[in-house]
Design a protein around this ligand. Structure first.
Ligand SMILES: Nc1nc2c(ncn2[C@@H]2O[C@H](COP(=O)(O)OP(=O)(O)O)[C@@H](O)[C@H]2O)c(=O)[nH]1
Ligand SMILES: [Mg+2]
Length: 237
């Protein structure tokens, strides 16, 4: 069994190399894996940093997209250009702790999707404002969709490739982090068993968040309403 760790990057020059080494450290020795970086031609030289350190390392694949930019389509690109039977998706700013990788892979024996979650016991965020706003937003999502998932905005998750690609990915992978809400709701509708493991987001050490509060809030809310309609009318399954 092989795992592909998919890492979308935009302006993560000072995080990505350290993160990849941390992933090497964290992954169980007996597992075959690849690290797939999908960089959207970051102007800070993220791709160059990856090349410098891992050019000759067969475990690391680097893709640089020049025609398109966007988190969800970058992740989709990573799915299409990787070959592990197990897929794990992570942010590259150390919000998503690589030490959780063994659990996220192991528990797939028992569940369909493993989610790194801030809102189950021992999870959380050093940034208290974002923790609070995400918590409230997740309550709204749970009310609107009757889903039991506590962190629908996580984006840190693992799944078997065949279970993911059996979904209609074109209906899911567009926009920003809202793709994850769509993915979970389709999974929930299909009866996928999900497990949330606690993750604690430390503050970003390097680089900047690409999320702007007000515009993200508006975009996600619109995305949620459209998703609600599509699920009601049976246009998403
Ligand atoms: N390839 C790619 N990655 C992106 C893009 N926007 C954000 N990312 C990556 O997505 C992850 C989450 O982004 P981040 O800025 O930390 O957003 P936040 O976690 O919502 O504050 C990080 O690994 C970013 O480098 C993008 O347009 N293209
Ligand atoms: Mg982040």
């Amino acid at each position: 069994m092989k795992a592909s760790i998919i890492l979308p990057t935009y302006k993560e020059k000072d995080n990505i190399v350290e993160l990849i080494y941390a992933i090497f450290q964290a992954i169980p020795a007996e597992l075959t894996y690849e690290v797939v970086v999908v960089d959207d031609n970051s102007p800070d030289g993220t791709a160059e940093a990856v090349r410098q350190h891992f050019q000759d390392d067969p475990r690391v694949k680097l893709f640089v997209r020049t025609r398109e930019r966007g988190l969800a389509t970058a992740i989709r690109y990573g799915i299409d250009h990787s070959d592990g039977e197990i897929l794990v998706f992570m942010d590259t700013d150390f919000n998503h702790d690589p030490k959780l990788l063994p659990q996220m892979i192991k528990f797939l024996e028992y569940y369909d999707i493993i989610i790194g979650s801030r809102f189950v016991m021992a999870g959380g965020m050093e940034d208290r404002f974002r923790q609070f706003s995400s918590l409230i937003y997740n309550y709204a999502i749970r009310l609107l969709f009757h889903t039991p998932v506590h962190d629908n905005l996580s984006g840190f998750f693992s799944i078997y490739r065949d279970k993911l690609v059996s979904m209609n990915l074109n209906q899911i992978y567009y926009g920003y982090g809202d793709y994850f809400i769509r993915l979970l709701m389709v999974g929930h509708k299909r009866g996928y068993k999900m497990l949330e493991v606690p993750v604690y987001y430390r503050l970003r050490m390097h680089g900047h968040s690409k999320t702007q509060f007000l515009s993200t809030f508006t975009k996600y809310t619109l995305a949620l309403l459209i998703l609600r309609l599509k699920l009601w009318t049976g246009r998403m399954r």
